[in-house]
Design a protein around this ligand. Structure first.
Ligand code: AMP
Length: 202
């Protein structure tokens, strides 16, 4: 696959905070963090030092990348905020997501748990409401995210979600394919210039 997009300067990564995750997922998160740094993209993430979040951010930072963490005050000790990267400390989970959204040109979803699900479902629901058209790429090793896609397809088949909504994201099965897929989505028309009226989400 080709080079990364020029207009994607900051990439938001949603991913798990568990250190008990499959070591392969932790290694993939670190590999993606390093790739972001090598490609000169800023990592925007949830600010923690744990799980895939910490692995991704540490690797990006160690490879000389620009990293921005966004973490609510009450989670700074539980999620062990990384003190070596730029961190914005906010008051709430809502504020965290708002800032992560505003500071990012595209979104990557690595394996994660309920928190990751919450973040990506909100992001996709904003897309459904045409509040944004920023590119979204799932990294789904071994079909990790397939059950979510099956559930979403189920809502399509029940005529509760339009079928074309299923085209709102791309799925990578190799870490190296994530940024090129994001570039492809930009070329195909995903960007944040589209539905202007209600861009700000709260
Ligand atoms: P998890 O996938 O459960 O390990 O959570 C991944 C990240 O999502 C963690 O940093 C959580 O703090 C974060 N998270 C969980 N719920 C929310 C929420 N409502 N808004 C923003 N971040 C959240």
């Amino acid at each position: 696959m080709g080079a990364s997009p020029d207009r994607i300067e900051s990439v938001c990564v949603f991913c798990g905070s568990s250190d008990a995750a499959d070591p392969a997922y932790l290694a993939d998160a670190a590999r993606f963090g390093k790739l972001l740094a090598q490609e000169g993209r800023r990592l925007v993430y949830g600010g923690g030092g744990v799980g895939l979040m910490g692995a991704c951010a540490r690797a990006a930072h160690e490879a000389g990348g620009d990293v921005l963490g966004v973490i609510p005050q009450f989670l700074t000790s539980r999620e062990r905020a990384l003190d070596v990267v730029k961190t914005v400390v906010v008051r709430s989970m809502h504020e965290r997501k708002q800032i992560m959204f505003e500071r990012s040109d595209g979104f990557v979803v690595l394996p994660g748990g309920i928190g990751t699900l919450e973040e990506i479902i909100e992001l996709l629901s904003w897309r459904r409401l045409e509040l944004h058209r920023k590119p979204v790429v799932f990294y789904s090793p071994g079909g990790f995210w397939d059950p979510l896609f099956v559930l979403l397809q189920h809502t399509v088949e029940a005529r509760l979600t339009p079928a074309d909504f299923m085209q709102s994201w791309s799925v990578a099965t190799q870490v190296e394919d994530i940024l090129p897929l994001m570039a492809g989505r930009l070329r195909a028309g995903d960007d944040d210039e589209a539905p202007a009226a209600t861009r700000r989400v709260t």
